[in-house]
Design a protein around this ligand. Structure first.
Ligand SMILES: [Zn+2]
Ligand SMILES: [Zn+2]
Length: 497
C-alpha cells in the first residue's frame, strides 16, 4: 500500500520523525514527571468508568437496530452523533461506503486508530433472555456482538480523548466506523481507498467468551459465486440438444473433493449449490456453486484459489458450458505484532476482566443449560485473562477483514468475555448476552484495555517504532493478497441479493 510514496518521502519523514521524537520525548518527560505512569493509567480507567453508562446505552440501541452490513444507517448515525458530541470531527461516507466514517481528534504524529463495527447477522433476532425467543422471528440480530464492538471501541476513544485533552498529549486519535464485516469486506475497500495510509498503529477488539490478546491468526479467506451457463432442453425428449449447467457444478464439486486430499490439512474449503436448475424435466441452463476457501497463510490460499478457478474452468469445458465468477469476497489473515502484543497483554492483565453479579450468574447458568457440550466452563473465567499464546496455524479460526488492515498497518487486538462462558459467536446465545449487562460489562473491559494501550502508544515513541519494525519483519518477503478485483466497488447490496 503506497510503499513507493512512503519511500520517496523517507528522508523528509525521517527528519520530521527525529524532530517529533525530540518533542514527544520532552513532552513525555514533562508528563512523566507530573505523574507516574501507574497514576496515568488509573486516571484513564476512571474516565472509561465515567463514560461507560452512556456507551452501554448506545450498545443497546445498536442491538435494537440490528442492521445488516452496508445497511447500518441508524447505527452509524448514532455513533457519529455521539462522537461529534464528545468532540471528534467526523468524516462520513468514506471509500464509497455510505455507513463508513472516520471520527478524529488531535493532530500530528503518532496517529492511533481504533476500529469499530456495528453490523448484525441475518436470522439471529433474539430477546435478551436465556432461552430461544426471537424479538421478530427470522429477523436479524447481533449474534457476533458488533453492537458492543462499535460502542466499546467508541468508549475507549472518548475516554482517551478526554485524557489527551486534560494532559495536553500530542498526536491524533481516530475512530474508524467500519461497516459490513459479516460479508461485504467493508475494511478491504477502506484499505484500498488509502483510509489507513498515515496511521501508525491500529487497535481493535472482538466480543468473545473469554479474555485474551489476539496476536495474529484467523484465516485468510476467499469466496465467490461460480455461475455456469448451459443450454436448456427437454430432459427426456431432446437431452442431446441441451448442455447441463448443473453437471458442470457437480464436476466442479468433484474436482474440489479430489483437490482436498492434496492441500495442507489446516486449509478449509466449503461450498453450497446455490442454484441447481428449476425442474428435473428441464436441462438446467443456469447453475451456481458458492464456495469459500481458507488457509492460515495468504500465499497458500493464493495458490489454492488459482487451482479452484482452474477446476471451475475445466468443469465448464468438460460439459460444454460457459462459466463466470461473481460476488468475490476476500479477507486476509491477521498478522501478529509481538511488541504490541506484549503491551496489550500487560494492559489487559491490569484491567483484569469482571465478575458477574447474582442476577447475571442466574442468567448465565440458565443459558449454559442450552449448550450441547460436556465440560461447560466456569463463570469465574470472566475475571481471568488467558496467557499470551503464540500463533498456532492449527487452532480453529474464522476470518475477518481486520486481517486486511493488519497487512497495511501494525495492528493488535483484544477478545473479551462478553458472551456467557461456553457460548460461541453467530448464535442466539451470543445475541442474548450482547443485549444485556453481561455483554456490556465485557465491553467495558475491552474499552479499558484499548484505552490504556492507546495511551501507551501516544506517550512512548519507542513503542510505535518497535511496532513498525516488527511489521516490517512480519511482512518481509510476503505480499498482500486479495481476490477482490481492482475495479470492484463495495457490494452495497450484499445482504439483499
Ligand atoms: Zn461474526
Ligand atoms: Zn464479528
Amino acid at each position: 500500500m503506497d510503499r513507493s510514496f512512503s519511500s520517496s518521502l523517507f528522508l523528509a519523514t525521517k527528519i520530521r520523525t527525529l524532530l517529533c521524537l525530540a518533542a514527544a520525548a520532552a513532552l513525555f518527560a514533562a508528563t512523566a514527571s507530573a505523574q507516574a505512569p501507574g497514576n496515568a493509567h488509573a486516571q484513564l480507567l476512571q474516565l472509561v468508568d465515567k463514560n461507560a453508562a452512556q456507551w452501554q446505552q448506545v450498545s443497546k440501541q445498536i442491538w435494537d437496530f440490528a442492521e445488516l452490513g452496508y445497511h447500518e444507517t441508524k447505527s452509524s448515525q448514532l455513533l457519529q452523533e455521539q462522537l461529534t458530541a464528545a468532540g471528534f470531527k467526523v468524516q462520513e461516507g468514506v471509500a464509497n461506503e455510505p455507513t463508513a466514517f472516520i471520527a478524529s481528534y488531535g493532530e500530528g504524529k503518532p496517529v492511533v486508530a481504533i476500529l469499530g463495527e456495528f453490523d448484525a447477522l441475518p436470522g439471529l433476532s433474539q430477546k435478551a433472555v436465556p432461552t430461544r425467543d426471537p424479538v421478530t422471528a427470522g429477523a436479524s440480530g447481533h449474534g457476533c456482538g458488533h453492537n458492543l464492538l462499535g460502542a466499546g471501541a467508541a468508549l475507549a476513544a472518548v475516554a482517551l480523548k478526554q485524557y489527551m485533552q486534560e494532559h495536553h498529549i500530542a498526536g491524533t486519535l481516530r475512530y474508524y466506523g467500519t461497516p459490513a464485516e459479516e460479508g461485504g469486506s467493508g475494511k478491504v475497500f477502506l484499505v484500498r481507498d488509502g483510509a489507513f495510509k498515515d496511521v501508525d498503529v491500529v487497535l481493535h477488539w472482538h466480543p468473545e467468551n473469554h479474555n485474551s490478546v489476539t496476536n495474529g491468526g484467523e484465516l485468510a479467506m476467499v469466496s465467490a459465486k461460480f455461475n455456469f451457463h448451459g443450454i436448456a432442453a427437454h430432459a427426456a425428449l431432446a437431452p442431446d440438444r441441451g448442455r447441463s449447467a448443473l453437471d458442470a457444478v457437480m464436476l466442479m464439486g468433484n474436482g474440489v473433493e479430489f483437490m482436498r486430499e492434496h492441500v495442507p490439512s489446516n486449509s478449509r474449503i466449503h461450498y453450497i449449490i446455490s442454484k441447481g436448475g428449476v425442474a428435473p424435466n428441464i436441462v438446467p441452463d443456469l447453475a451456481q456453486i458458492e464456495l469459500i476457501a481458507r488457509s492460515p497463510f495468504a500465499a497458500t490460499l493464493k495458490d489454492e484459489w488459482e487451482w479452484i478457478q482452474n477446476i471451475a474452468k475445466g468443469a465448464a469445458l468438460m460439459i460444454g458450458t460457459t462459466m463466470d465468477v461473481s460476488g468475490n469476497e476476500s479477507y486476509a489473515n491477521i498478522l501478529p505484532n509481538d511488541p504490541l502484543a506484549a503491551v496489550a497483554q500487560k494492559n489487559l492483565q491490569e484491567v483484569g476482566g469482571y465478575t458477574m453479579n447474582a442476577d447475571e450468574q442466574k442468567f448465565a447458568l440458565e443459558l449454559q443449560k442450552t449448550f450441547k457440550m460436556d465440560n461447560v466452563p466456569s463463570l469465574d473465567t470472566t475475571h481471568e485473562v488467558e496467557p499470551l499464546r503464540k500463533f498456532d496455524p492449527n487452532q480453529p479460526a474464522a476470518s475477518t477483514d481486520v486481517g486486511d488492515v493488519s497487512w497495511s498497518v501494525p495492528t493488535i487486538g483484544f477478545l473479551t468475555a462478553t458472551f456467557v462462558p461456553g457460548s460461541v459467536a453467530h448464535t442466539w446465545q451470543a445475541a442474548a448476552a450482547s443485549g444485556m449487562s453481561i455483554g456490556q460489562q465485557g465491553m467495558v473491559v475491552a474499552a479499558k484495555a484499548i484505552a490504556l494501550t492507546g495511551l501507551d502508544l501516544l506517550t512512548d515513541p519507542g513503542l510505535v517504532q518497535a511496532a513498525k519494525d516488527d511489521f516490517k519483519k512480519q511482512t518481509a518477503g510476503k505480499s498482500y493478497f486479495t481476490a477482490i478485483p481492482p475495479d470492484q466497488k463495495p457490494p452495497l447490496n450484499y445482504r439483499s441479493e
